[in-house]
Design a binder for this molecule. Structure first.
Ligand code: ASP
Length: 322
């Protein structure tokens, strides 16, 4: 029988609903402890609670701690796979962090739940079982970190939470899931074309994320600069354009040697240097802004943080986001 380690970090999957008020909060006793014995028919399970926090409380330092814990456990025990339980709000950021950080061929699955453990139609135990089954699958090897929710298997790189409350919230808008889980098995229908590795030791940089909008003026960008950023991600409009009032403060940031990565606020497509008007992508590229290839803003921020731990060389950074 395969051996799987489950690491709990918190989120709705480890919360309970108060039947009188309908409020959902972390239970004092971790509720998943009660259900872990029911996983014995799928694998030999060991589990531990690393954090017991809602995922809006998650930080990059926590993510690094989680990643180091996974490395440590894989080095000392012969696990076939790892499952991480996590709140869904920032799940995609942690999953992508682990995807870049971890150096293992073994399956690492991140899962969560939209309904707490004692609610009708709770998806927590179901997603946990499905994730353990994927972690035991030979085919799940070498696919980077995977997110398993609602019978679908997604790559950490492409998945995003799309609905605030629907159990089918996790989707990969541009590419779709890479596999599915049914009663009979775990099936993959796509594979990864590229996998990156960022072997960092610390996570110390301050990277901000700014979303653009019509009529935006220079003030927010100037205020962000005052916070001593090490890097900045801009969620630009369309194919990678910004309102003209941002051009001058952005040029000053780039000229000060602060890397700026451009993504789009559209949820599909990639940014490109197409438009040459004031604030257009062509102007931004000539200025030295780094164009990203389809990552969301929060994920580009995670990647820039990890990149900056390894290099500050502009050419290397451009290559990392190409
Ligand atoms: N707010 C919760 C969290 O991210 C939502 C969830 O887990 O589904 O911790």
């Amino acid at each position: 029988m395969k051996k799987v380690l489950i690491i709990h970090t918190g989120g709705t999957i480890s919360m309970k609903e108060d039947k009188n008020t309908g409020e959902v909060s972390p239970a004092t006793e971790h509720p998943l402890y009660e259900v872990v014995p029911s996983l014995a028919e799928f694998a030999k399970i060991k589990d531990e609670v690393l954090f017991h926090i809602p995922s809006p409380h998650m930080t990059p330092k926590n993510m690094l701690q989680l990643g180091s814990r996974i490395h440590e456990q894989l080095a000392t025990e012969d696990y076939d796979g790892i499952v991480v339980t996590h709140g869904t709000d920032t799940l995609e950021e942690t999953a992508y962090f682990l995807d870049l950080y971890l150096q293992t061929r073994k399956p690492v699955i991140v899962t969560g739940a939209m309904r707490s453990i004692n609610e009708i139609g709770s998806d927590g135990l179901y997603n946990l079982i499905t994730s353990v089954r994927v972690a035991c699958s030979e085919e799940a090897k070498d696919k980077g970190v995977l997110v398993v929710m609602n019978d679908e298997i997604h790559t950490a790189q492409n998945v995003t939470k799309t609905s605030t409350s629907n159990v089918a919230t996790f989707q990969s808008p541009q590419y779709g899931p890479i596999g599915m889980v049914t009663k009979r098995g775990v099936f993959f229908h796509h594979t990864l074309t590229k996998h990156e590795s960022y072997p960092i030791q610390t996570i110390t940089t301050h990277v901000a994320l700014l979303k653009t909008y019509a009529g935006m003026d220079h003030t927010i960008l100037e205020a962000i600069r005052q916070t001593n950023i090490d890097g900045l991600v801009i969620e630009a409009l369309g194919q990678g354009n910004i309102p003209p009032a941002l051009v001058q403060p952005l040029r000053e940031i780039v000229n000060a040697g602060i890397p700026v990565v451009l993504v789009s606020r559209c949820y599909q497509g990639i940014v490109q240097d197409i438009y040459s008007y004031d604030g257009g992508g062509k102007q931004l590229k000539d200025m030295g802004v780094i164009f990203s290839n389809g990552l969301t803003g929060p994920k580009a921020r995670i990647k820039l943080m990890l990149s900056l731990e390894l290099t500050r060389n502009p050419h290397d950074l451009v290559a990392m986001f190409a």
